[in-house]
Each structure stands twice: as structure tokens, then as C-alpha cells.
Write a protein that binds this ligand. Structure first.
Ligand SMILES: [Zn+2]
Ligand SMILES: [Zn+2]
Length: 85
């Protein structure tokens, strides 16, 4: 059997928000946080931090007001991107 050598590999990760829960409210990221629904904000979005942790934007914004750090790693929260769902 011949052997091949791989010189370079470029791995691209994909997320499925269906399978990831928001650590703060414990609901899937694909579904708006129940508190967001109660407050009649109809758009759901998720916030991804520089640390790669992901939360409902609504949930992390409330959390940051109180604590100012990422819930998962306790470092200062810096938003990398916000994705509307
Ligand atoms: Zn949430
Ligand atoms: Zn984090």
C-alpha cells in the first residue's frame, strides 16, 4: 500500500446552535431565551466572545451588567460577533 503525506490541512469548524445550550438560561441557542420572549423582544441573537463562548445576546448582556466577565472563564467579556438567528 502506498503512503501519502499531507503537507497542509485547513480544518474549518462548524457550529449547530441547535445542539448548544446557553449556559445562562439553559435553553438552546437556536430558541430565544424565555425571558426575552416574555419581554416581547422578538428578535433572537447569539453573542460570541473573543474567548469563543456563546450565549444568547439577551442573557450575556444582562449578566455583563452585573458581573462584567464571561460566565465560563471569568475573563473580561469582549464580543467577537453577534449573529441573528
Ligand atoms: Zn440564554
Ligand atoms: Zn468565555
Amino acid at each position: 500500500m502506498d503512503r501519502i503525506a499531507i503537507d497542509n490541512i485547513n480544518i474549518i469548524a462548524t457550529y449547530s446552535f441547535k445542539e448548544i445550550d446557553c449556559v445562562i438560561c439553559k435553553h438552546p441557542l437556536i430558541i430565544a431565551c424565555p425571558k426575552l420572549i416574555q419581554s416581547l423582544h422578538l428578535s433572537n441573537s447569539v453573542s460570541i466572545g473573543q474567548c469563543s463562548h456563546i450565549f444568547h445576546t439577551y442573557c450575556i448582556n444582562k449578566y455583563i451588567e452585573l458581573f462584567g466577565v464571561c460566565l465560563c472563564d471569568l475573563n473580561g467579556w469582549i464580543i467577537k460577533s453577534i449573529i441573528d438567528i
